[in-house]
Design a protein. Sequence first.
Length: 142
Amino acid sequence: MIPKLSKDLKNELPELKGFSERNLGRMLAFYREYPPEKQVLTDLPQAVANLKANRIELGIVAQIPWGHNLLLIEKIKELPTRLWFVQQTIHNGWNRDVLSLMIKSNLHNRQSDTTNNFVKQLPDPQSDMARQSLKDPYMFIS
């Protein structure tokens, strides 16, 4: 089905790119991860709550590039963790390589609420670097 759709789209819209079989598969994966409705409208309050949550999720994931979203969908299966990385990407302006490194280093597990005044005392890039340096694991060898 995807191969035929890819061919049809390329024939119908030859001036547009991005309709390869691989990319259409990725679009389908994105849709499956963030469907417009998670549940059938049987219980109206719950369904409305789910729709509202989906709109928030889609609003957040729409703020990062397509390649970032693909990386997150491929590497992180838990939605809350994925959304945490989306928020951090937006806040810190991570490119895809930095995002990949942060995922590989399990940054979400190392995140802690350390008490410091770095944000008040240092400009933004330096305060972020100081906070990140204290989150890295240290190993002392005797």
